[in-house]
Design a protein around this ligand. Structure first.
Ligand code: NAD
Length: 370
C-alpha cells in the first residue's frame, strides 16, 4: 500500500519528461542495458581519456566515431572494434539519425564547433554530451538547451569533477558548513601554452584563453563549494607577456560577489602553472593540490590527508549520464549548468578590459549547483 503513491508519482514524472511520440523510442532504448556512445573529434582528449574510459564503463560503451581524418578511421576501428557502419565523417554526420547503435553523441571538438554539432546531434534524435566550455557564447548555449528541449533529448556537459571524490568532498564541506562558514575561497588553474598553432590560442575557435579552457573549473569550484550563485563579478587581465598573448588573455584574475559575502580570488593562466583550491573557515584550512587533473588528486584538512580514492573520472561521468538517460533521472551537469557558466564567462570578458564590476542580474537560476 505504501509504495503506491510513489509508483504513481514516478509514472507522472516520466510522462512529464517525455512527450508521447518519443515515449515509444525511450521504451525501446530502455531495454538496452548499455548505451552506445559516439565520439565526435578524435583529438587528444577523446583519444587519451574518453575512449580508454569507455573501456571501463558499465552502463555505456564506445559504439561509434566521427572524424574528418580518414587515417584515424582504420586505426580506431581496429583498436576499439568499431564496425564500419558506425564510422562517420563531418559530411555524412547527420545520417547518424538512422543508427540505433548510437544513443549518445559526445562532442569533443574545438570550442566554437560545440554548438553546431550538439544541435545537429540533437536534431538527429541523439542524447548529447558537449565538452566544456559548452560553447563560445551564452547565446549559443541557449540555442543548444532549446534544441535539446525541442528534440526531447538529454544534454549534459563534460564536467567530470562533479563525479570525483575529492571535489565532491570539497562541495560537501563548503555547502554543509562542516567546519563552519567559509571565510574565503581561492582557486588557481593554469599551465604554460605557447604553441601558436594550437586552436586554444585562436580566439575565434576557443572563444577566449585559459578562462575558457581551465579557469572554468575554478569558476565552478567557487560555486560548488560556496553553494551560491554570484551576484556580480570583477575581472582583470593580468597577462605578463602582452606581446605574445594578443588574441586571448595570457593570465586573468577575477572575484565573484556572493550573497554570503565569502571572499574569493580566482586566477587562470597560460603563463603560469598551478592547480589548487583552498577553503578557509575560522578554524580550518581545507586545501587541494592538484585539484582539477585527471588523477593523482590530493586534499588536506588542517594539513591532514583526506585519504580519498582517485577514480576514472571520465568513466564515472559517462556511466552516470547513461544511467540518467536509462532511468529518466536528473543529470548533475545538465546543459543549463554549462549555459549558466557561459553567462558568467561572457561578463568576465566584458568587464576584463575596464576592471568594472559587472552585474550578473539575469543569471540562469538552476537547481543543480553541485
Ligand atoms: P584537440 O585539438 O586535441 O582535438 C580536437 C579534435 O577536433 C581533433 O581531432 C581535430 O582533428 C578535430 N577538429 C575537427 N575540426 C577541426 C577544426 N576545424 N580545427 C581544429 N580541429 C578540428 O583538442 P582537445 O584537447 O581534445 O579538446 C577538445 C575539446 O575537449 C575542447 O572543447 C576542450 O575544452 C575539451 N577538453 C576537455 C577536457 C576535460 O577535462 N573535460 C580535457 C581536454 C579537453
Amino acid at each position: 500500500m505504501k509504495r503506491r503513491p510513489f509508483i504513481q508519482k514516478a509514472a507522472l514524472g516520466s510522462l512529464a519528461l517525455s512527450s508521447l511520440p518519443m515515449f515509444h523510442i525511450s521504451a525501446r532504448k530502455k531495454q538496452k542495458d548499455k548505451l552506445g556512445f559516439a565520439l565526435v573529434g578524435l583529438g587528444s582528449y577523446a583519444g587519451g581519456q574518453l575512449a580508454p574510459a569507455l573501456q571501463q564503463t558499465e552502463n555505456c560503451y564506445l559504439a561509434g566515431i566521427v572524424t574528418g581524418t580518414p587515417e584515424k578511421e582504420g586505426e580506431w576501428a581496429e583498436k576499439y572494434n568499431i564496425p564500419q557502419k558506425n564510422i562517420y565523417n563531418y559530411d555524412n554526420f547527420d545520417e547518424i539519425a538512422d543508427n540505433d547503435d548510437i544513443d549518445v553523441v559526445y562532442v569533443v571538438l574545438p570550442n566554437n564547433m560545440h554548438a553546431e554539432y550538439t544541435i545537429r546531434a540533437l536534431e538527429a534524435g541523439k542524447h548529447v554530451t558537449s565538452e566544456k566550455p559548452m560553447a563560445t557564447s551564452y547565446a549559443d548555449c541557449v540555442r543548444m538547451v532549446e534544441a535539446a528541449k525541442k528534440a526531447d533529448r538529454r544534454l549534459s556537459i563534460g564536467y567530470r569533477l562533479h563525479y570525483e571524490p575529492h571535489n565532491l568532498e570539497m562541495m560537501r564541506i563548503g555547502q554543509k558548513k562542516v567546519y563552519g562558514d567559509l571565510n574565503s575561497i581561492e582557486a588557481n588553474f593554469g599551465f604554460p601554452l605557447r604553441d601558436k598553432n594550437r586552436w586554444r590560442l585562436d580566439k575565434e575557435m576557443s572563444g577566449g584563453g585559459p578562462l575558457m579552457d581551465v579557469g572554468i573549473y575554478c569558476l565552478q569550484a567557487a560555486m560548488y563549494t560556496s553553494g551560491e550563485l554570484p551576484l556580480s563579478v570583477t575581472s582583470r587581465n593580468i597577462t605578463i607577456d602582452e606581446e605574445f598573448y594578443k588574441d586571448v588573455e595570457g593570465t586573468l584574475e577575477f572575484s565573484l560577489k556572493f550573497p554570503s559575502g565569502v571572499e574569493n580570488r580566482i586566477e587562470t593562466s597560460y603563463e603560469k602553472s598551478y592547480n589548487d583550491l583552498t577553503l578557509k573557515t575560522s578554524s580550518h584550512t581545507i586545501a587541494m593540490d592538484p585539484t582539477y587533473s585527471y588523477g593523482g588528486l590530493k586534499g588536506t584538512i588542517n594539513g591532514e590527508p583526506m585519504n580519498l580514492p582517485n577514480i576514472n573520472q571520465q568513466a564515472a561521468q559517462m556511466d552516470a549520464f547513461a544511467m540518467n538517460i536509462m532511468k529518466g533521472t536528473a543529470c548533475l551537469v545538465p546543459g543549463e549548468m554549462g549555459a549558466r557558466d557561459m553567462f558568467i564567462i561572457d561578463k568576465i570578458y566584458e568587464g576584463m578590459s575596464t576592471g568594472k564590476e559587472m552585474s550578473l542580474k539575469g543569471i540562469p537560476q538552476i537547481q543543480h549547483l553541485v
